[in-house]
Design a protein around this ligand. Structure first.
Ligand code: FE2
Length: 407
């Protein structure tokens, strides 16, 4: 069954491209794979992760409080061991995990507040080396700020000219509100000048006065960048007053920017200085979608000092996100795969070559379920992942047994 189609269909693949979909008759000499009545979806997309920090939890110390600030302390210890071989080994491992979970596209943020830009250089090399299995997009991410870090503007520009796909920013971390606005003006202008995408770590804080988002949207509109721009996190929006959101929403719709929410990490890290009630710290996903804005879900961190879990799968982000955003109506559930497929493809700006359609590259995954509802609730494994018509991963489901005379 392809996505939510009512009838089972065949997919013809020739030279890595989809050439026909429907009730097809086998041609002589054609290789046929019977997928049964299993669910076929376009490949999953990770629209927000930090590959340079992944798989480092507990090395050399565990985050005992689980807070963002202790995470930063742990990372400063781990950072001493950071080198090209270390990043290469971890990225190769996590890409393998993602591939086995049906992911074929990843947008990674790579820290460029480092005078050597070592992680960026390494990631650019890996983007090329791993392209047969994964399409990786790299955001030049100024973790410690553009104006608040020595030579921040120069380092960001150098990373972009080195080959980053997108320009990042972190307005809520800059020293002052003025720096915050200037950093966004700089980042979006740089992207416009160089023809790059934009993905901002935007207002990832519980401070209701953090208003980077309006500047991102205004510049996206004025520079004509529109959906080339993404605002990630926007957790402060959770705490904005409703009158402000009402005004903001008009600008957001005019700007047509994308949003990425990371429900696993933001429910875990936000609201930490609240007593009770505690804020959830996830942006207004349901309301943004209802206004026709594009939202996707990401993991953000995988087994690192800021998030001690994660397996390279996308299902858990969707599963938790639906709960925390109170999107448990039947239609919400049935459409939620789009948060890690079609919506994420719009965020990554890859829609021309994405989707199970004739004349597009043959990229799709087969889940061990007959429909999406079952796949989500039962956490079904990805039986096979095809990229450009080639099988790049498969999983063989285990057989569970229950011993009872009455069943
Ligand atoms: Fe992030």
């Amino acid at each position: 069954m392809i996505e939510n189609a009512a009838e089972a269909q065949d997919i013809r693949v020739e030279n890595g491209m989809i050439t026909e979909i429907g009730n097809l008759t086998e041609k002589t000499g054609e290789e046929v794979t019977d997928l049964g009545r299993k669910l076929v979806l376009p490949p999953f997309i990770e629209s927000h992760v930090h590959l340079d920090t992944c798989l480092t939890a507990g090395d050399p110390v565990w985050n005992m409080s689980g807070t963002l600030f202790e995470g930063i302390e742990c990372w400063s210890k781990r950072k001493e061991k950071l080198n090209e071989a270390d990043i290469t080994e971890r990225v190769r491992k996590i890409v393998r995990m993602y591939a086995s979970n049906g992911v074929q596209f990843i947008r990674t943020h790579i820290d460029v507040t480092d005078p050597s830009l070592m992680a960026m250089k390494t990631m650019i090399r890996l983007r090329d080396e791993l392209k047969d299995i994964m399409e990786i997009q790299i955001v030049a991410f100024p973790q410690e700020g553009i104006l608040s870090y020595p030579n921040g503007k120069e380092l960001l520009t150098e990373a972009v000219d080195m080959g980053a796909d997108a320009v990042g920013a972190i307005p809520h971390f800059e020293f002052t509100r003025e720096y915050s606005v200037e950093s966004l003006n700089f980042a979006l202008k740089l992207a416009a000048d160089r023809g790059k995408l934009v993905d901002v770590h935007c207002d990832e804080i519980d401070d209701e006065a953090s208003r980077g988002l309006e500047t991102v949207a205004a510049r996206a509109l004025e520079l004509g960048l529109y959906d080339k721009v993404t605002a990630s996190h926007t957790t402060a929006m959770h705490s904005y007053n409703n009158a402000y959101v009402l005004r903001l929403m008009r600008l957001l719709k005019m700007s047509r920017i994308n949003f990425v929410s990371n429900p696993l990490v933001n429910t875990h890290l936000q609201g930490r200085i609240d007593t009770y009630p505690k804020r959830r710290g996830v942006t207004r996903v349901k309301e943004l979608l209802a206004e026709g804005l594009n939202v996707s879900f990401g993991n953000d961190d995988i087994f690192d000092p800021w998030y001690p879990m994660g397996n390279g799968g996308m299902r858990d982000a969707v599963f938790l996100g639906l709960h925390v955003c109170q999107m448990m109506g039947y239609e919400d559930i049935m459409n939620s795969y789009k948060l890690i497929t079609h919506n994420a493809a719009r965020t990554l700006s890859v829609t021309e070559r994405y989707g199970i359609e004739v004349n597009k590259p043959a990229g799709f995954i087969v889940l061990d379920a007959e429909n999406y509802y079952e796949a989500l609730t039962e956490n079904s494994v990805v039986l096979a992942s095809y990229k450009d018509g080639r099988k790049i991963a498969e999983n063989i489901p285990g057989e569970g047994k229950v011993f009872s005379a009455s069943l």
